[in-house]
Design a protein around this ligand. Structure first.
Ligand SMILES: [Zn+2]
Length: 233
């Protein structure tokens, strides 16, 4: 994410770095705390996810154990919820919260939630865009933005490609907040948490959401920075 030299616009990235470090620490401490507290229902993340899916008439999504710490995600193409080993087999508050959150994404998908559809559509562009962008941006610097393709500067092409990565991070925010909201609704509706556990589940999900806010802030500030650099040239 960093250009290989110092320039004053780098100051813009400092708040993003602080927020990212704070979010990371917060999610780790919150997760560590609530993965030690068993939920009263005694149901594992897998059981919670399967119960929510069946209660919402979503029989075609499978729940599988994934690999790696906090690797939990919903795959809309394979229609699977992958829970990290701990969340899959444990009945902690953290496991229950994360499992319900991933079900939130499966429900979004089943209901055709617009922001999730946009996010899925933009994902390949953002993926290619974010890797290619830096090649053009760095080339734009090396060749002082003089080399151009059809009259468009290399730096401009790089910034254009980077915009897709920024859009992806921004559209991720409503998708994540909505999935957590749905998770709490489902846990309540199916009587899987009491009111104290619901508060705890909210804390776990809010901490996780903060990491997405930090990532989006970093992407936006990086884009602002690139535009400032471009204007000075
Ligand atoms: Zn999510």
């Amino acid at each position: 994410m960093f250009l290989p030299f110092w320039d004053p616009t780098m100051v813009l990235l400092i708040p993003a770095l602080i927020l990212a470090a704070y979010a990371q620490a917060k999610v780790q401490s919150t997760y560590a705390k609530y993965s030690q507290i068993r939920s009263a229902s005694g149901r594992t993340g897998r059981e919670i996810a399967q119960a929510i899916l069946s209660a919402n008439g979503i029989p075609d999504v499978t729940v599988e154990p994934g690999q790696g710490y906090l690797s939990d995600h919903y795959d809309p193409i394979k229609k699977t919820i992958q829970l990290s080993p701990q969340n899959y087999q444990d009945s902690s508050i953290a496991a229950v919260s994360v499992a319900a959150h991933e079900c939130g994404h499966a429900i979004q998908h089943a209901q055709g939630y617009a922001a999730l559809q946009m996010r899925t559509a933009i994902f390949p562009l953002a993926n290619i865009g974010s890797s290619l962008a830096w090649i053009f941006i760095i080339a734009g610097f090396i060749f002082a933005n003089r080399l151009s393709i059809f009259g468009v500067g290399l730096l401009d092409i790089g910034i254009f490609l980077f915009t897709f990565a920024v859009l992806f991070q921004l559209i991720t925010l409503p998708v994540e907040f909505d999935a957590s909201k749905r998770a709490i609704v489902q846990l309540n509706r199916l009587g899987m948490v009491d009111s104290q556990e619901q508060q705890a589940a909210k804390k776990v999900l809010d901490a996780a959401a903060l990491t997405y806010v930090a990532a989006a802030a970093a992407a936006v500030l990086q884009l602002v920075r690139l535009l400032l650099i471009r204007d000075r040239r």
